[in-house]
Write a protein that binds this ligand. Structure first.
Ligand SMILES: *Cc1c(COP(=O)(O)O)cnc(C)c1O
Length: 381
């Protein structure tokens, strides 16, 4: 039987083994491991790729978001307790970052079709006088950024794009991370651009802000042992920067390969019990970090696919406001659109290295899923 892993990381980087080994050897030979020329060089390459003036490497995607919000407070552009709008169905890190920075998350329902923050969702939160918004480009699809930016310019709201799932996505000629006042990226190994460990980055066009962020990621010091701010230790290691520099030139090819898998799924899957993803703008506005379908009995669909050798995943099984850690903060909220999305979502295998045979196998198995047959079996014990 054809088996299909959800995401085979070794296969995904097999063709780059020699490049990664030589990148590692170069760093080892240099004897310089933190804040050196590998990082500077990757920061320049990634800034040019994203179409922004500055990139600041940090230790994780979560830290990228926390550091931007803390830096805005440091600059007096945000005050403790200010409201920050975010779609309620995001990955937990986005909400943790807002909390960790001493700000107040304002959760809004996403557009159920795209799973992203909509102009309408943002507008509905304006009565709460938010000072910032974090549009999350979930699953790899850009939020409607032109409309969001128009509102935010008018209302004087700061915009931090959570671009952790959308490296390279393009809308109206601009890439993810180049729309807002700042953006956070993650290079967690399975992201569209992934390192061989944890790290992340901030993108921005603001030179003063960049200076502050470079200081904050390094204990708040610009000159060694002279601390102007209370910062963090959140640096992107030289060895990871060297790996990322080797992988960046392949990002567009990888995203195109993901897009071709997605197109085959979109054209091949025909099942009234399964809702396919919605692409709201041009094909390039989605880089398919995940291919998420929705199904009333998501668990039955997952079992059916598993019986056919197909591994799936759930992003994410529990909505942030339903998580134990946020019960006192957010537990009182009722967000039916979000809750349904979390109950019904299932991520199909997606990576740049799925074979034609594997994709066909997934399509055939998904099309063979019969919700009423499953219910019948359950009814008959
Ligand atoms: C992965 C991810 C993060 C956090 O990135 P880490 O590098 O794991 O800290 C933040 N937001 C979203 C939407 C993510 O997918």
């Amino acid at each position: 039987m054809t088996t299909v892993p959800f995401f085979d990381l070794s296969a995904a980087q097999a063709s780059l083994t020699a490049d990664l080994e030589s990148a590692a050897r170069e760093v080892i030979a240099s004897g310089w491991f933190i804040l050196g020329r590998q990082l500077e060089s990757f920061e320049q390459d990634f800034a040019a790729y994203c179409g922004v003036d500055h990139v600041i490497g940090v230790a994780s995607g979560l830290d990228a978001l926390i550091l931007v919000l803390r830096a805005w407070k440091q600059q007096g552009r945000l005050q403790a307790g200010d409201g920050v709008v975010v779609a309620a169905n995001t990955f937990i890190a986005t909400i943790i970052a807002i909390q960790e920075a001493g700000l107040k998350p304002i959760l809004v329902e996403p557009d159920p079709a795209t799973c992203n923050l909509s102009v309408r969702g943002l507008t509905s939160a304006l009565s709460q006088k938010p000072k910032a918004v974090v549009p999350v480009h979930l699953h790899g699809q850009l939020c409607p950024m032109p409309g969001i930016m128009e509102i935010c310019r008018r209302e004087n709201i700061l915009v931090l794009e959570d671009s952790a799932q959308a490296h390279g996505a393009i809308l109206e000629g601009k890439r993810a991370g180049s729309f807002g006042h700042a953006a956070g990226f993650s290079f967690y190994p399975t992201k569209n651009l992934g390192a061989l460990g944890d790290c992340g980055a901030i993108a921005t066009n603001d030179a003063e802000f960049t200076k502050l962020l470079r200081s904050l990621r390094n204990y708040g010091s610009e000159r060694k042992y002279i601390n102007n701010h209370q910062g963090l230790n959140s640096r992107l290691d030289e060895i990871q920067a060297a790996f990322l520099k080797a992988k960046l030139p392949h990002l567009d090819t990888d995203n195109a390969a993901r897009r071709s898998v997605a197109t085959r799924y979109m054209n091949g899957i025909r099942n009234a019990d399964i809702r396919l993803p919605t692409v709201s703008a041009g094909a390039e506005s989605h880089v398919w970090h995940l291919f998420v379908v929705h199904c009333a009995d998501r668990d039955a669909l997952a079992r059916h696919l598993s019986d056919h050798g197909i591994q799936t995943a759930i992003h994410y099984p529990v909505a942030p406001h339903r998580q134990e850690c946020f019960q006192s903060l957010l537990g009182g909220l009722s967000l039916p659109v979000t809750e349904t999305l979390h109950d019904e979502c299932l991520s199909l295998p997606m990576s740049p290295v799925l074979t034609e045979e594997q994709v066909e196998h997934v399509i055939t198995a998904v099309n063979a899923y019969n919700a009423s047959a499953t219910l019948h079996q359950v009814a008959n014990g």
